[in-house]
Each structure stands twice: as C-alpha cells, then as structure tokens.
Design a protein around this ligand. Structure first.
Ligand code: AMP
Ligand code: ZN
Length: 486
C-alpha cells in the first residue's frame, strides 16, 4: 500500500517517502489570533487534522507543528500589526487579545474534534530565533538593512534560485503586477519583503534587536519555528492555497537564504471554502462563524447543524477542491450523515449466516485506496455509502453475511468514519435521544394508568409486558407507578 500526495512544489502527485521513516515532520500555518476563526479557516485545519490522523493510522510517528501567529502579521497595505490594531480598538493589552482568541480557537478545534498538534509555538515566544535567522540571512548576503528595517532581497535571490518555484508564476509578470516603488520606499526591489520591521514609538508590540526596536515580519516566524522544531529539512508543509504565492514562497526563499536548503519536501495546500462562489473572508464580509452555523444564528445560513454534520459535509469534498457552503448542501449532508449512521448501527440487528456474500477485504481496500490517493475523503465517503447499501441488503435478508464480517464492518466504520475522518461522536444526539425516550416512557405509563382506571386490563397488561420485553420494568407503588431499566 503506497500513499500518494499532490505536492504543490512538484506540481504533481508524488509517492510519499518520508526523510526518516517512521518519523514524519509536518508544519501547518496556524491562525492569526486577532479575531474568531471563520468556517474557511476551520476547513483548512480540519483538512490537516485528517492528514495527521491518517498518517498516524498508517503507523508514522508524526511531529505536527501548528503555530499561533500572535505578532508580526501586518494588515494589508498598512504598516500596522493586526493584533496591535485590534488591541487599540478593544482597549486591551495585545496579549489579552492573543489570549482571548487563542482560547476561542482551541474551543472551536475541540468542538470539531480536531486533535491538538504536537507543538503549538507562538511568534512572540520565538523572537530571538527570528532575529538570529534574519541575522544569518543578512550575513549570507540575501538581505539588507535600511533604517532599522531588514529587507529580503528578492531580485538578487531570484537571479540564483527559482523564487516562484511553488506557484510556477512568471517572475516578470509578477514584477509587472506589483506596485512600483515610489520615492518614499526604503525597499530596493518591489518584491522585497521585511524580515524585521522598525517599530514606531506608538506600536504596542516591539522588542530590542540588533537593528533597534522593532518586530518580526510575518513570514520569518514560520521559517524560524519550523527549522527549530523539525530541522532544516522536513517532510510536509501545509496551509491554505491563498498562502502559497506570498507567505510560503517567501518562507522557502528565507530558508534557502538561511541554510541553502528548501525546508519541506511536500507542500500541501487546501482549497478555499466559498459562500455563493466567493472565498469566505473577513474583508469580503461573507464570514460565517462556526458557532453561528451550529446554532443557526447567521442570516447567510439560517439553520443550525451539529459539528458532526458540518465536519461530514466538509469530508464530502476533496481538500484540493473548492467547497461551496450552501443551505441545500448542508441539508443534503445532514441526510446522508444520518443515513450512514442508521445503516451502520443496523449491523447490531442483522441475523448472521454461516456464509458471506460480501468480500470484506475488497471493501476495506477500496477505503484505503481512497485515502492513499492524496487523502481523498470524498471518495472514501462514497465508498462508505456503497458499503451502507450492502448492509441494508443484508438487513433485508437479500444477501448473507457472517458474524465475523458484521464485526469487521463495525470496525471498518469505527476506523474510517470516527478515527480517520474524525467525525465527532454524537454525544449531544445521544443525550437528546435519551430525553425523548424518557418522555415516551412517561407517556406510555400515563396511557396505562388511564387504561387501568377504565378497567381495560387487557391494554394495561399489554403495555406493561411489552415494555418489560424491551427491558423497561414497571412497578406500581403507593406513591404511583415507577419504572426502571432492567
Ligand atoms: P489566517 O488566520 O488568516 O492566517 O488563516 C489561517 C488559515 O486559514 C490559513 O491556512 C489560510 O490559508 C486558511 N484560510 C483562510 N481563509 C480560508 C477559506 N476561505 N477557506 C479555506 N481556508 C482558508
Ligand atoms: Zn506560516
């Protein structure tokens, strides 16, 4: 069994061959904790959670590093840090903003059953490492300092290396599409980006550095932290597709400028979650927050869905395809989710035979084939639906199945649905069902009392006996009728 994955850097599907098996190093760009994560962000983190889960399932020992950006991420077209800006707006300490949104991010991850990474480093916790890396890049001649800010020299780098290797973009075109420098600019080239930024006195987050007080550029944090925890060369680097042209392109350039090595062998990129065909993003104002979708509290999708249904909905699309979120699609996913659950839970009631009409190892192999083909959860879900059709036939006694195969199918569902796709077990559902069942028992007891009052003992006995036959015992006491579970 061989795992293949689509490597953005190679622009094709490749065999997965870790540098040092069974160990696998994986780095994924985490959230900038200046506001609540939206469903688009959640899609990306769930996609990498599935990849993490599947690699673990295959027996790899994965060190999964997913950072928290708590400094240095500049607001587009401004020289202000997103967190500092938010702190000023909310009149809080920047670290209060960071704390608040890190806690809420973790809560959302827990609700969607996303496993915690092995290491979750923060930019503010690695200021020294970022300075040291910038220093080395300067020493190696790939950067220059102007007035307390250190810039990466992209045009010089591009003369020796393929700067746009990740996207395959044409450098000339890129240059032509980038704003021309004006007289105010300190940069030498229009594609140059900052490794370290001089802080204005009013900037809330700033540190001492060899170049005066300032703060790190955004891209350098991921280079510094991936190198620190996974080494100069590691296996997988991931993030949303929107990060490839700038953030990840610059990360690769920094790492090569730092030590001559491209950091990751395989670059994986998740495609965007869209709403009515438009990328979900704060700047477009079409954001749906996870808790809003769960409670049904957003006018864009005015119905609540359980975290399990939302995650299942996302699994029905391959991570490299865009996923358009609509009420209809969610409703369809919800139906499908319950159909699958029902079918697999009916395994408990199927009468087994001595022989089996199904080829279990073939079914299992199909599930593995789906995941081994670049983690294709969409195909896996389709296979699970095919299997559910077979189960339904067995339940209707159209085909035979052995007790062993019934157990194997239960295991298969457990492994692929819960452990690999990571669908949250529906505790909430169980609870609400328990409530409904209790109410039903009370209704039956009421009807029985009524029957007894009317001397309809045939009916009252029938109710008691039949309830007993499903394990609910009824006892008449001087304080009224009590019930218990056998
Ligand atoms: P940010 O906090 O903006 O840095 O984003 C965190 C992660 O979410 C990054 O990997 C982004 O690429 C990803 N992301 C942002 N918007 C979307 C979207 N609409 N769909 C999928 N992923 C997204
Ligand atoms: Zn990053």
């Amino acid at each position: 069994m061989q795992l293949y994955l689509y490597n953005t850097l190679a622009h094709k599907k490749e065999k997965f061959e870790p540098i040092n098996p069974p160990f696998v190093g994986m780095y994924v760009c985490g959230p900038t904790v200046y506001n609540d994560v939206h469903l688009g962000n959640v899609r990306t983190f769930i996609a990498f959670d599935v990849i993490f889960r599947y690699l673990n399932h295959l027996g790899y020992k994965v060190r999964y590093v997913r950072n928290i950006t708590d400094a240095g991420h500049l607001e587009d077209e401004s020289d202000e840090d997103k967190i500092s800006k938010r702190a000023k707006l909310e009149r809080l300490e920047p670290m209060e903003i960071v704390q608040k949104y890190t806690v809420s991010f973790h809560e959302i991850m827990r609700i969607f059953n996303v496993l915690p990474p092995s290491i979750e480093p923060t930019a503010t916790g690695h200021i020294l490492e970022q300075q040291e890396m910038a220093m080395q890049i300067l020493k190696n001649g790939w950067a220059y300092e102007v007035n307390g800010t250190v810039y990466f020299d992209v045009e010089k780098f591009a003369q020796q290396y393929n700067y746009t290797a990740l996207t395959g973009r044409n450098l000339e075109e890129l240059l032509n599409n980038t704003r021309e420098l004006d007289g105010q600019d300190e940069k030498r080239g229009r594609l140059d980006f900052a490794l370290w930024i001089k802080a204005k006195p009013q900037h809330l987050m700033q540190w001492n550095s060899p170049w005066g007080r300032g703060f790190p550029g955004w891209h350098i944090e991921c280079s510094a932290m991936s190198t620190k925890y996974l080494g100069e060369e590691f296996d997988i680097h991931g993030g949303g597709m929107d990060l490839a042209p700038t953030h990840h392109t610059n990360e690769i350039a920094q790492n090569i400028a730092y030590c001559g090595k491209s950091p990751a062998r395989y670059w994986l990129h998740t495609n965007m979650l869209t709403l009515n065909g438009k990328k979900m993003s704060k700047s477009l104002g079409n954001v749906v927050l996870p808790l809003e979708l769960i409670s049904g509290n957003n006018p864009l999708i005015p119905k609540g869905f359980s975290p399990a249904v939302i995650r299942f909905f996302m699994m029905q699309t391959h991570y490299r395809s865009t996923l358009d979120i609509t009420l209809d699609a969610l409703n369809a996913a919800e139906k499908g989710y319950y159909r699958l659950l029902e079918s697999f839970s009916s395994l408990d009631n199927i009468v087994s035979s001595d022989t089996s009409d199904i080829n279990l190892s073939e079914l299992k192999q199909k599930c593995y084939n789906a995941m081994n083909d670049d983690f294709n959860t969409a195909v896996l879900v389709a296979e699970l639906f095919e299997i559910s059709k077979i189960i339904n036939k067995a339940a209707e006694k159209q085909i035979k199945i052995t007790a062993k195969d019934i157990e194997e199918l239960k295991k298969l569902f457990q492994v692929f649905f819960y452990e690999i796709l990571g669908i949250p077990p529906s505790e909430a559902n169980n609870e609400s069902w328990m409530k409904k069942i209790k109410t039903l028992v009370d209704i039956l007891i009421d009807i029985r009392s009524e029957a007894k009052k009317n001397k309809n003992y045939i009916l009252s006995d029938k109710i008691r006996n039949q309830m007993e036959s499903v394990g609910i015992l009824i006892k008449d006491t001087p304080e009224g009728t009590k019930w218990s579970i056998k």
